[in-house]
Design a protein around this ligand. Structure first.
Ligand code: ARG
Length: 584
């Protein structure tokens, strides 16, 4: 069904066209201040200015001609030419009944022109533990995919893992050495971080080892089976680590979505050739570089985007150009979204510019979706007490442990199994939700206490709100009230109280929140919407008794409860993929 804001906007825009003779968007949005009505148009001023008419008079004329009596009261003019709309309860009732009849999509249509969007996210580096930066990329990227899919687009997930590069020479060399000395290999790999450190140390200190490592990388690049097997073993071990994390985070990335740097190894020479042929790469100090326009270093000289070093080696940039080409040519992307922290901003800006220069990308939309740094409570980048980077696995474990004690305190009577599964949902949910609820682009302070608090915009508060709404229907049943029957038979939703009206109006804005989140790829639009919904529900529930009322009032309130539950649940579970326990 069409969003209320869109219907009003269309009708007003066509009236503006009738009056002025040209196209002006009426720009209808929910009002920031309920005193001015529920929706507001602020496009009339621009129309007035452009056509040299007094905007207020134009607004009056337009409001006079506008027929929206099926939706709202008589529109009101305010200030220099705003038009305010107050929605009629009968309209809300009709719209909500439509939403109720469509529990899967909650009345939100799929887009008419679906795009194919490649979403590049997570991208852990093999043989290094995933750190908090990968956490943000993983969950934000996943939410973007879910939003796109819900809207009807085709999201193609790509996990650009760091599985290629010179460090593999030393890793493979060390693995070989361990195999030779009869050491148990799976043990050696179970802690990839220390394996990496050991290899690095040997590489720096032992020339013979360094030689083997160089031979290994050369052999690997030539595709020698001997070295390839070690490389496969190392990746497989690493994959075990991160797939466990994906599973726990409840994200939708699978093995099929993995296409790491190594997948492009064969294409890199060709990319450099292509750039040279197009005349957009040149040699500079022995290296092959692209100099896209508009990028300069501090001293004003053009900044190089290096694609091949003087020793012939290719770089992160070369691989990214090859990946971009693959995504456009083979995957047919209309849009490519890269989710990484803001520190890679320059890399992606130059990548996009170079790709366009070389004709690899044309009219495709290329977007770098950045995020800020996760900070410790001291305001510095998040580290362990000893100053190491925090391992994601430990972080998730701690969240679940802390959630367990919250659950245990709140509800000691639950069985051990129940406590454990609620703790998992709350702990993981808290980490995800607190990340989503912060504006993606800013740094934020990671605080277990805050994210596990039962008050405020947190996962446990939202999960609790959801469980509480659900429990109303359970109580209804106990009282012998047939909620299903009452809801099904309802012809009209009564919205007499201010709190009912407020809740109803907000329920009808879920689609707008989804659309806003998609436009900017900002999950916090969803959390903000859901939090407001929980608050409005709370006000409604305090002011409007449900089970002790009678007749149409009770049925109307029951349906408001159900719609609230469905919407909360949809946002949490389907979009954010945060589990919602039945009870808490
Ligand atoms: N592995 C990279 C890192 O850890 C992230 C990969 C991002 N994707 C890309 N196509 N460059 O920083």
């Amino acid at each position: 069904m069409q969003f209320t804001a869109d219907i009003l906007e269309q009708r007003l825009s066509s009236v503006l066209k009738e009056i002025t003779g040209s196209e002006f968007p009426a720009v209808v949005r929910p009002s920031a201040n309920p005193e001015f009505g529920d929706y507001q148009s602020n496009g009339v001023m621009a129309a007035g200015k452009k056509t040299k008419q007094n905007p207020r008079q134009l607004a009056e004329k337009a409001a006079e001609r506008l027929d929206v009596s099926d939706i709202c009261e008589k529109p009101e003019i305010a200030g220099p030419g705003f038009i305010n709309f107050r929605i009629k309860p009968e309209y809300m009732s009709r719209a909500l009944l439509e939403v109720a009849a469509d529990p899967e999509r909650l009345g939100i249509d799929e887009v008419q022109i679906p795009k194919k969007v490649v979403v590049d996210y997570s991208g852990p580096n093999i043989a290094k533990e995933m750190h908090v930066g990968h956490l943000r990329s993983t969950i934000i990227g996943d939410c973007i995919c879910r939003l796109l899919e819900f809207a009807g687009h085709n999201a193609v997930r790509q996990n650009h893992i760091g599985d290629w590069g010179t460090q593999f020479g030393m890793l493979c060399a060390l693995l070989e050495r361990k195999k030779e000395s009869g050491e148990e290999v799976s043990m050696a790999l179970s802690d990839l971080e220390s394996f990496y450190r050991e290899a690095k140390k040997l590489y720096d200190e032992d020339e013979k080892f360094a030689q083997t490592a160089r031979a290994a990388i050369a052999g690997l690049h030539r595709g020698e089976q001997f070295w390839k097997q070690s490389w496969i073993d190392i990746i497989e071990e690493s994959r075990k680590h991160y797939s466990q994390i994906y599973q726990r985070l409840n994200v939708t990335l699978t093995r099929e979505d993995e296409r790491g740097e190594s997948a492009y190894a064969e294409d890199l020479q060709g990319i450099v050739e292509q750039l040279r042929q197009k005349g957009c790469a040149e040699e500079s100090d022995g290296a092959v570089c692209v100099f896209p326009e508009g990028f300069t270093s501090k001293d004003g000289s053009p900044l190089p985007f290096i694609v091949q070093k003087s020793d012939g080696a290719f770089l992160y940039a070369t691989t990214d150009l090859a990946a971009l080409k693959y995504r456009i040519e083979k995957l047919g992307a209309d849009e490519i979204v890269y989710v990484t922290d803001a520190r890679q901003m320059l890399h992606f800006r130059m990548l996009f510019a170079a790709a366009r220069l070389a004709g690899i990308a044309q009219n495709q939309n290329l977007r770098h979706i950045t995020f800020g740094t996760m900070l410790g409570e001291d305001g510095k980048p998040f580290k362990t007490r000893s100053g190491d980077t925090v391992k994601l696995k430990d972080l998730l474990e701690e969240a679940v442990e802390r959630a367990y004690s919250v659950v245990n305190q709140k509800n000691p009577g639950l069985s051990e199994d129940e406590k454990k599964s609620i703790a998992e949902a709350v702990g993981i949910g808290a980490i995800k939700y607190s990340d989503y609820s912060n504006s993606r682009t800013t740094d934020y302070i990671f605080s277990f206490d805050k994210m596990l608090s039962m008050d405020g915009n947190t996962a446990p508060y939202m999960q609790y709100a959801c469980a509480r709404v659900k429990s109303i229907e359970k109580k209804a049943k106990e009282k012998g009230i047939d909620a299903d029957g009452e809801i099904e038979g309802l012809q009209k939703i009564e919205l007499a109280e201010e709190a009912e009206r407020d809740l109803a109006l907000h329920l009808l804005k879920y689609g707008l929140a989804i659309r806003g989140a998609l436009a900017e790829y900002k999950p916090n639009f969803i959390t903000a919407y859901l939090y407001e919904l929980a608050q409005k529900f709370s006000a409604f529930y305090t002011n409007c008794p449900v089970l002790s009322s009678q007749g149409i009032t009770r049925s109307s309130r029951l349906i408001l409860c159900r719609l609230t539950h469905q919407t909360l649940r949809h946002g949490l579970k389907e979009i954010l993929r945060i589990d919602v326990p039945e009870k808490m």
